[in-house]
Write a protein that binds this ligand. Structure first.
Ligand SMILES: Nc1nc2c(ncn2[C@@H]2O[C@H](COP(=O)(O)OP(=O)(O)OP(=O)(O)O)[C@@H](O)[C@H]2O)c(=O)[nH]1
Ligand SMILES: [Zn+2]
Length: 207
């Protein structure tokens, strides 16, 4: 199906709404909304529960794609357990949103992330591995999340994250982050150094 101009979220937005459906999961049912970034045909989704457009601050997470952690059970990171915890929390609250952005590997893509993982196997940390490849430490564009939240009628969130940059960037794009909810799950011996580097170099909250 081709994207039509009238699905565009806003005049200036590169994101188009395409379709929505039910998504039953082991934790309960979500509504899944599919979006397309017309610049690069990248596909993103949002999962919602309950009355998200009431004007109240909505419990939410902006999750970045991590094929290895979200789908392949990798212990190198904490992404899978964070996604699971966020989906459960939204279901328990009876209202909320998960915006799932397909910005794999902090935006460098899956194959570059594998290259970065190889350098980490040889001793570099998650930041220096990206730099050694001549790639940005973090190439994600959170403005897409703003456009998707706008489409859903959400202007204010209680954000589940440990990443101060994510909060700051969302605020800068006009999403009111009224509260940050720590999300410390999925620690294991394999991701100990990775989590340490996020705290030391990327200044993630330890709470
Ligand atoms: N380049 C690169 N990306 C990684 C690595 N490990 C995880 N990622 C990606 O990092 C993204 C998750 O970002 P994180 O920095 O772990 O956490 P965050 O989403 O910014 O912060 P939280 O909201 O607290 O989870 C996903 O896109 C993963 O694919 C790595 O070693 N190298
Ligand atoms: Zn991950």
């Amino acid at each position: 199906m081709t994207t039509t101009h009238q699905n565009q979220i806003k005049d200036h937005s590169p994101v188009c709404f395409i379709a929505s459906c039910r998504l039953p999961t082991q934790w309960g049912e979500f509504t899944m909304y599919g979006f397309e970034d017309v610049r690069n045909r990248q596909e993103h989704v949002a999962l919602t529960v309950g009355n998200i457009a009431s004007g109240q601050a909505v419990l939410g997470r902006i999750h970045s794609e991590c094929l290895t952690g979200d789908a392949l059970f990798s212990k190198r990171c904490d992404c899978g357990p964070q996604l699971e915890a966020a989906m459960k929390a939204v279901q328990q609250a009876g209202c909320g949103v998960i915006v799932y952005l397909r910005q794999e590997g902090r935006g460098i893509g899956l194959l570059n992330k594998i290259r970065a993982y190889k350098l980490q196997d040889e001793g570099l940390d998650t930041v220096d591995a990206n730099l050694a490849l001549g790639l940005p430490v973090d190439a994600r564009d959170f403005s897409l999340a703003k456009d998707i939240l706008d489409y859903l009628g959400i202007h204010s969130v209680q954000l589940m994250t440990n990443n101060p940059q994510k909060v700051a960037t969302l605020q800068a794009h006009g999403i009111n982050v009224v509260n940050r909810i720590p999300l410390h799950v999925g620690q294991n011996p394999e991701n100990q150094h990775y989590l340490y580097t996020k705290i030391e170099k990327l200044k993630h909250f330890t709470d």
